[in-house]
Design a protein around this ligand. Structure first.
Ligand code: PBG
Length: 323
């Protein structure tokens, strides 16, 4: 039936009616707050390109995790900034490394909060790449995967509830699963950064983590932004290798990928609303160009509408406070 019998405006007439027919809901329960934890005693170091997000000492991270939990957020995702970096990224798989220490401290103080850890070498290597380098400068896949698996086990040993490998090496999900199982962590879930694109939107994160590659870029391991079918192959391979949750990253320029990955895998899907996406809204709001609260809630809703069950976002505390 067409107009005039059909009038879609009928169900938009009042806030209560709109609420009744709303298809997508946003809740703090779906959001994860990323935290940058730095070695040393400096409690908070601002990150110029990420307003309101700081690098935190372990004690400040424990407080921030408590604030997140108090707002109803179920989980934090930890990134470590070590004191020393080296060619092999040894800080990533050191049982006394920064993420391992922070995980223990946060779990001690807030046992019910889910601690997820980003598993990668790039924050720990002096060259800033996500794995070991061969003599020709190319990232060497298979030996890197062994170290990624060691890092994941070390995080689990420290008490991480969930590990999230973000390196984009081939075969790492299977290797992480096998290593966790061998070490008695058969119940630790893996959130796989399955479709992680070589994106310009990671800029502020690299300032935060000091992890910009010293030479070249990440296009030989992260995905080409032009490819959607390949993202499905990545996600389906990770499912076969044992991923419990698959992730698409970034979120906003890849909403179509989120939708396709959800349809193809039927797994819980996470989307990472990355640092550059956050910085854009913050900058526009600071310039008076848009209403921050409305823009953030609309953005997060769109990521959920596309099919993400979990949204990893630097806006999590603000959004939880508004909801
Ligand atoms: C690194 C990693 C990156 C992000 C999360 N894990 C950056 C990169 O690949 O350079 C980006 C997160 C963000 O931009 O918010 N393995």
């Amino acid at each position: 039936m067409a107009f005039p019998a059909t009038r879609l405006r009928r169900l938009r007439a009042t806030p209560v009616l709109r609420e009744l027919v709303r298809e997508t809901r946003l809740s703090p329960a779906d959001m994860v707050l990323p935290l940058f934890v730095q070695a040393g005693d400096t409690r908070r170091t601002p990150i110029s390109s990420l307003p309101s997000i700081d690098r935190l000492s372990i004690s400040a991270a424990v407080e921030e995790a408590g604030a997140a939990a108090a707002l109803g957020l179920p989980a934090v995702l930890l990134f470590g900034i070590p004191e020393h970096k080296d060619a092999d990224g040894t800080g990533a798989y050191d049982d006394e490394g920064i993420v391992q220490l922070a995980t223990r401290a946060i779990k001690d103080a807030h046992p019910d909060l889910v601690v997820m850890t980003d598993v990668c070498l790039c924050e720990y290597t002096d060259h800033g790449h996500c794995g070991l380098l061969r003599a020709d400068g190319c990232v060497d896949n298979d030996p890197s995967v062994e170290l990624i698996a060691r890092a994941a086990v070390s995080h689990a040993r420290a008490g991480a509830d969930v590990v999230a490998p973000s390196d984009m090496m081939d075969g790492r999900i299977g290797a992480v699963r096998a290593a966790l199982d061998d070490e008695g962590f058969g119940d630790t879930p893996i959130v796989a950064y399955s479709a992680k694109f070589a994106s310009a939107f990671y800029g502020p994160f690299r300032e935060a983590a000091g992890s910009a590659p010293a030479f070249g870029d990440r296009r030989a391991y992260q995905m080409d932004p032009a490819n959607g079918d390949e993202a499905l192959r990545e996600a389906l391979l990770d499912v076969q290798e044992g991923a419990d949750v698959v992730m698409v990253k970034p979120a906003l320029a890849y909403l179509d990928v989120i939708l396709r990955v959800k349809d193809a895998t039927h797994l819980p899907v996470a989307a990472y609303n990355v640092s550059g996406e956050y910085a854009m809204i913050k900058a526009a709001a600071a310039a008076g160009a848009l209403d921050e609260r409305a823009a953030v809630l609309e953005t997060l809703t769109s990521i959920r509408r596309a099919g993400a069950d979990i949204v990893i976002t630097y806006h999590a505390k603000d959004a939880a406070g508004w909801l």
